[in-house]
Design a protein around this ligand. Structure first.
Ligand SMILES: Cc1cc2nc3c(=O)[nH]c(=O)nc-3n(C[C@H](O)[C@H](O)[C@H](O)COP(=O)(O)OP(=O)(O)OC[C@H]3O[C@@H](n4cnc5c(N)ncnc54)[C@H](O)[C@@H]3O)c2cc1C
Length: 467
């Protein structure tokens, strides 16, 4: 932490802005476009060069693009959707010699991530945002009362100060900004540990012949630990292949693990690698609160990621929009305190945060349970029925299916019972998030009740406490 006065002596002041956004990723671009569309002065600070900006480690699968926020018109990003024929997940379970095809409802696309990233930046620029590339944010400026009032940065060796009414943290997973802020006077969630993250690596590979599964997102459990491999077809001959594992597990050699699997797949014979990149991603519940006076975190910086799939593009886009709208309200009122920002937390929890927190319960189950038992059980369930169960809730499953599944899954009944109890715990968590408080004052009581429910989750799953 530093004060405005201290930093201004030592550095060049790069102006005073309504809003400074750190990071030109999905969250930063949607937040800045929303605010710039309303006529405010917004600058995005991006550590990468103009050429590299938008180049992000990703599996390139996009779910729910049909309903994306319109701060950046969909027509702007659509040309980056290189495969819109994907309509199901394909789960390969080699231990059981089974392949499960599971239909996925809603719009699904595999994208050229680099092109998408560039188009987002173009979209926010067209909305009126200024982008400063090669600009690494190195410190956060906090006033005596704790309010964030700007950031310190370095561009090509030159120290800079940016002052603003509000700073948006869109700096991604493990955002360094949060290490620099004293959150003791706000509700901002500081219960964050490295074990809440996954490490992931991906390559974009070109194959000689079209793959047969160009309409599917292919998943496969890794040989060991609770990780998975993916094969996502950007086109029928350009595949995003990658793997990831939860950091609670013993570290995996990601590059070697991927290489081994590729060598065993005939369709990748003679394939060439176009691009390689790795990164960490949050696979935990969303932050209980991502607000602080003068500061708000969006996207990966607030863990707005589906913790079971690692999908975070959609969450970051919506978070950007919701945060942007509250910031506009604050700028109009002339006060960016937690009260005005709070509906941002509420909207995130209402839209997807509660669901992600409930899904996190299944992540916790994989820490406590035997993975072979779980995959063995999965292999006994027909794909269309599994899809029904996943997307409509188990209560909608027909009695006939329940009986069939029960007979087929003999030998897995202990695991089924465990899953059934876990689902009850997940439903309790989901219901509790529906009562997310309507003001910062209610957060403490709500957290205490949620933590009591989490105790039951650890008891049921046998996992070590995650939070
Ligand atoms: C290997 C991998 C595979 C994934 N696969 C998928 C997938 O298939 N589908 C999906 O939906 N999601 C996927 N995700 C998650 C998804 O990529 C993220 O959730 C999403 O990109 C989050 O967007 P964001 O804007 O929050 O952060 P980011 O996209 O990470 O953007 C953060 C930006 O901030 C900049 N920055 C960071 N620190 C500073 C600083 N100090 N100063 C200035 N700039 C800074 C970075 O350079 C970057 O441009 C995957 C993630 C990984 C790692």
């Amino acid at each position: 932490m530093s004060t405005t006065e201290q930093s201004a002596d030592a550095t060049t002041t790069d102006g005073s802005w309504d809003v400074v956004v750190v990071g030109a990723g999905t969250g930063g671009c949607y937040a800045s476009a929303t605010i710039a569309n309303a006529g405010y002065d917004v600058v995005v600070l991006e550590r990468k060069t103009e050429e590299e900006a938008g180049h992000i480690a990703c599996g390139d699968a996009l779910k729910g693009a049909d309903g994306f926020p319109d701060a950046i018109p969909k027509s702007k990003i659509e040309p980056a959707f290189t495969n819109t024929d994907v309509d199901h997940g394909r789960f390969e379970i080699p231990q059981e010699d089974t392949v499960l095809d599971i239909p996925v409802p809603g719009e699904l696309a595999v994208i050229d991530r680099d092109e998408y990233g560039k188009r987002l930046i173009e979209g926010t620029t067209e909305a009126g945002t200024e982008i400063h590339y090669d600009t690494v944010v190195t410190d956060v400026i906090q006033a005596e009362d704790g309010r964030v009032t700007g950031v310190e940065a370095i561009r090509k060796g030159e120290p800079l100060t940016y002052e603003a009414a509000v700073v948006v943290d869109g700096a991604g997973s493990l955002s360094v900004l949060q290490d620099m802020i004293d959150f003791s006077e706000s509700t901002f969630d500081t219960n964050v540990d490295f074990s809440h993250f996954s490490s992931a690596y991906r390559e974009v590979v070109t194959v000689e012949e079209p793959v047969e599964w160009d309409d599917a997102l292919v998943f496969k459990p890794t040989e060991r630990s609770a990780g998975y491999l993916w094969y996502f077809p950007r086109t029928e001959t350009e595949i995003n292949v990658g793997l990831g594992f939860q950091m609670t597990e013993e570290p995996m050699k990601l590059v070697e693990g991927l290489k081994r699997d590729l060598e065993n797949r005939p369709e990748f014979e003679g394939a060439t690698v176009k691009d390689k990149l790795g990164a960490a991603l949050p696979t935990r519940r969303p932050y209980d609160s991502a607000t602080h006076p003068g500061y708000v975190a969006v996207g990966d910086a607030a863990a707005h990621v589906n913790p079971t799939t690692g999908g975070g593009i959609a969450g970051a886009a919506y978070a950007g929009e919701y945060a942007g709208e509250q910031i506009i309200e604050g700028l109009e009122r002339g006060e960016i305190d937690e009260d005005v920002l709070w509906p941002y937390n509420e909207r995130v929890m209402d839209h997807y945060g509660g669901r992600y927190a409930a899904l996190d319960v299944y992540n916790i189950l994989t820490i406590g349970a035997d993975i072979d038992d779980l995959t063995g059980l999965l292999a006994t369930i027909p794909g269309d029925k599994l899809s029904e169960a996943l997307y409509s809730g188990s209560t909608s499953m027909g009695l006939k299916f329940k009986l069939e599944a029960l007979i087929k899954s003999r030998g897995h009944w202990d695991t089924i019972w465990n899953m059934y109890k876990t689902k009850q715990r997940a439903d309790e968590i989901l219901a509790h998030y529906e009562d997310y408080p309507s003001s910062p004052e209610g957060l403490g009581d709500w957290q205490r009740e949620r933590d009591e429910l989490m105790e039951k989750v650890y008891e049921t799953t046998g996992a070590e406490p995650k939070y």
